[in-house]
Design a protein around this ligand. Structure first.
Ligand code: ATP
Length: 277
């Protein structure tokens, strides 16, 4: 396997998660010793099925896990050399890490403009705020056209764009994306993927959590597979694509011993996107 981003480049990674163990209550151990890294300027993907611990991982990094009563039992999160473990969500945003939560939680009753303003609330400098908004409108011209429209009236894809745009208003160095493809048509997934690539080319690092493995592996250079709260596999995207586990579980390949289950897991929408993309 290729060395993890932490060990492959010069110096420390931008984000380092080390031996993280997180549980909910007594019964649910959501993360069990998870270690991963995001290099500065990179896109790293975390794949995993429902309940693997992907959202818990992002919530722990963004400091929001306590809101869902998660307890960090062990491990650490370090960003740009600074320990983030235990820092409150606002402090994490100020440090430069912003999460786009699963399910596009935008403010439906507010307009597009008001949603964006809410995203930039911690940005004190007016010029910086205006620069961030210009960037969002360049990336998503459609949001500029709809700026006075109530966000709740936007389509699912437009709401996802707004959720990403709102996060960009805080000018993050690292964007945490929780399943941005969820529930969207393949064509829209393709558009979102293109914009994520562009955001990264403009200098923002990305940690992308996805069940849509094709999308994630198209965008990322390095990926981790999370299963039942543990990293079961990691490597460069080229290496992971070649493994039986990723082929079988995430890319719709057929395991001869369990063809029925593999067929049920196959994701035609995702494959269409790849074909069209
Ligand atoms: P999904 O793709 O379905 O969101 P996931 O990989 O993001 O799955 P998590 O949501 O992190 O997984 O869940 C990991 C484990 O923690 C699961 O067993 C889940 O049921 C449990 N869990 C998640 N949130 C809570 C919570 N607020 N309270 C109790 N258990 C939770």
């Amino acid at each position: 396997m290729e060395p993890a981003p932490a060990a492959s480049g010069a110096g420390s990674p931008l984000l380092a998660v080390s031996d993280l163990a997180v549980r909910y209550g007594r019964a649910v151990q959501a993360l069990r010793g998870v270690t991963l890294a995001v290099p500065d300027g990179g896109i790293v993907a975390v794949l995993g099925n429902n309940g693997a611990g992907k959202s818990t991982l992002l919530r722990t990094i963004s400091g929001t896990c306590r809101l869902s009563r998660a307890v960090i039992e062990a491990g650490s999160v370090t960003f740009a050399g600074r320990r983030l473990t235990g820092v409150d969500p606002g402090g994490v945003v100020t440090a430069g890490v912003v999460q786009v939560p699963e399910g596009r939680r935008i403010f439906g009753r507010l307009t597009v403009d008001e949603n964006l303003r809410a995203g930039g609330i911690r940005q004190r400098d007016r010029t910086e705020r205006a620069r961030s908004r210009d960037r969002v409108f360049e990336l998503f011209p459609l949001l500029a056209d709809r700026r006075k429209q109530r966000a709740g009236l936007l389509s699912g894809g437009e709401q996802q764009m707004l959720a990403i745009g709102r996060a960009l208003m805080a000018a993050p160095r690292l964007l945490l994306l929780d399943e941005p493809s969820l529930g969207l048509a393949p064509r829209i997934v393709g558009q979102i993927a293109e914009v994520i690539g562009e955001i990264n080319r403009q200098g923002t690092s990305v940690l992308l959590v996805e069940q849509n493995a094709e999308m994630a592996l198209e965008l990322a250079t390095y990926a981790y597979v999370l299963e039942l709260g543990r990293v079961s596999l990691e490597g460069s995207v080229e290496e992971l694509r070649r493994t039986d586990q990723v082929q079988r579980l995430y890319l719709g390949g057929v395991d001869p011993g369990n063809a029925g289950a593999a067929a049920r897991r196959e994701r035609p929408a995702l494959r269409r996107w790849v074909a069209n993309g």
